[in-house]
Design a protein around this ligand. Structure first.
Ligand code: NAD
Ligand code: DAU
Length: 336
């Protein structure tokens, strides 16, 4: 199977590539990534032993000519992870969110259609559903009701994917997953930010009252789900993916401080995020009943492993914080 994976140098995309190369020996991957601030080729150093089974192309999913030239190599399927993914950045400036998340998706869909690509998988998010009260969970039938410019751009992309299925009969699947954590997550997101700040004895900024709830899933559980849906998901369907692990932000922050033996006085309550969704929770019974999937990494075990990973890979996130990671691509490129 030949895959075109987009956004493969980011957090989930790089975990997906490493997981797939290891667990699916029949798969080879072209990885199209623009290497924005969130893309880091260092995430894929462990792909080197797989040789030509992983090929990296630097470029934009919204670049029609480049995307058409990659589609002409006739991949069996496209898995679109590429996105601007950080809610806070979308509040500051949403332009690149529309260009990448919406226009980029449209360019990929058009090219898939032109070249008759057999399957298109859109990696979406639980955030398209909006916010929940204290009870219940999102099902795939829940109304799409996004609250941040990021979530709105992902919802718009989902609507395009759905429309290309209905109008052009394209074989598409949409996945909607909850909050991922694990290795290689950019240290702007809650868990890696709190771990790296605590390790540096810096303040831990908690938005609002810290009681917003997220459902956490280990990134490898997400990757396993995507690989199943890629092969066995029904065309035109949406599949929710969740971790069945709901925690308030303050619970997570305090847990990290305890594990690292750091004082709670590092916590600093700061102004709330505008439009901050109160709670997410996922009903993933459709994926469980159709494909037998459920998350297998327990949250405490996964979070402990993740904390250890950030301690052991101190150089990885320190290079991100200093900006040095941006030089890696130039060195890598210069050797080829
Ligand atoms: P990330 O920000 O870590 O990585 C995004 C990657 O996309 C980067 O490598 C970046 O260089 C690349 N990229 C950005 N714009 C591009 C463009 N125009 N062309 C090509 N490449 C481009 O994001 P992530 O957390 O790994 O999320 C990956 C996908 O999963 C996103 O679509 C996101 O919406 C979705 N998602 C994320 C989570 C989560 O908790 N992180 C949960 C559910 C869904
Ligand atoms: O739910 C899936 C989504 O999870 C993905 O679609 C997004 O791409 C991903 O970024 C993530 O969005 P969140 O906004 O939930 O993640 P973030 O790590 O930014 O924030 C998690 C929670 O922690 C949220 O309630 C805001 C809060 N927070 C975050 C940061 C960065 C803080 O209190 N302080 C912080 O400094």
């Amino acid at each position: 199977m030949k895959l075109l994976v987009t956004g493969g140098c980011g957090f989930i995309g790089s975990n997906f590539i490493l997981h797939t190369l290891e667990s699916h020996p029949d798969v080879s991957i072209i990885n199209l990534d623009l290497l924005t601030y969130a893309g880091n080729l260092e995430n894929l150093q462990d792909a080197e032993p797989y040789g030509e089974r992983h090929r990296f192309v630097r470029g934009d999913i919204a670049d029609r000519d480049l995307v058409r030239s990659l589609m002409s190599r006739e991949p069996d399927a496209v898995v679109n992870f590429a996105a601007e993914s950080h809610v806070d950045r979308s509040i500051m400036d949403s332009c690149s969110f529309i260009t990448t998340n919406v226009v980029g998706t449209q360019v990929l869909l058009d090219a898939c259609r032109e070249f008759g690509i057999k399957r298109y998988v859109q990696i979406s998010t639980d955030e398209v559903y909006g916010s929940l009260g204290p009870e219940g969970a999102f099902t795939e039938g829940h109304a799409v009701c996004p609250n941040s410019p990021y979530a709105a751009s992902k919802a718009a992309a989902d609507m395009l994917v759905r429309a290309y299925h209905k109008t052009h009969g394209m074989d598409v699947v949409i996945t909607r997953c909850s909050n991922n954590y694990g290795p290689y997550q950019f240290p702007e997101k809650l868990i890696p930010l709190m771990i790296s700040n605590a390790l540096n004895d810096q303040e831990l900024p908690v938005y609002g009252d810290g009681r917003n709830v997220r459902d956490w899933i280990h990134v490898l559980d997400h990757c396993r789900a995507v690989n199943l849906i890629l092969r066995d998901g029904r065309s035109g369907e949406v599949y929710n993916i969740g971790g069945a692990s709901e925690y308030t932000n303050i619970e997570i922050v305090k847990y990290i401080l305890r594990r690292l033996d750091k004082p709670e006085s590092l916590i600093r309550f700061v102004a709330d995020r505008p439009g901050h969704d109160r709670r997410y929770a996922m009903d993933f019974s459709k994926l469980h009943s159709e494909m037998g999937w459920r998350p297998i990494v327990g949250f405490e075990e996964g979070l402990n492993q993740t904390i250890s990973w950030y301690i052991e890979h101190d150089a990885w996130w320190q290079r991100i914080r200093s900006g040095e990671y941006r030089e890696y691509y130039e060195k890598w490129y210069g050797q080829r």
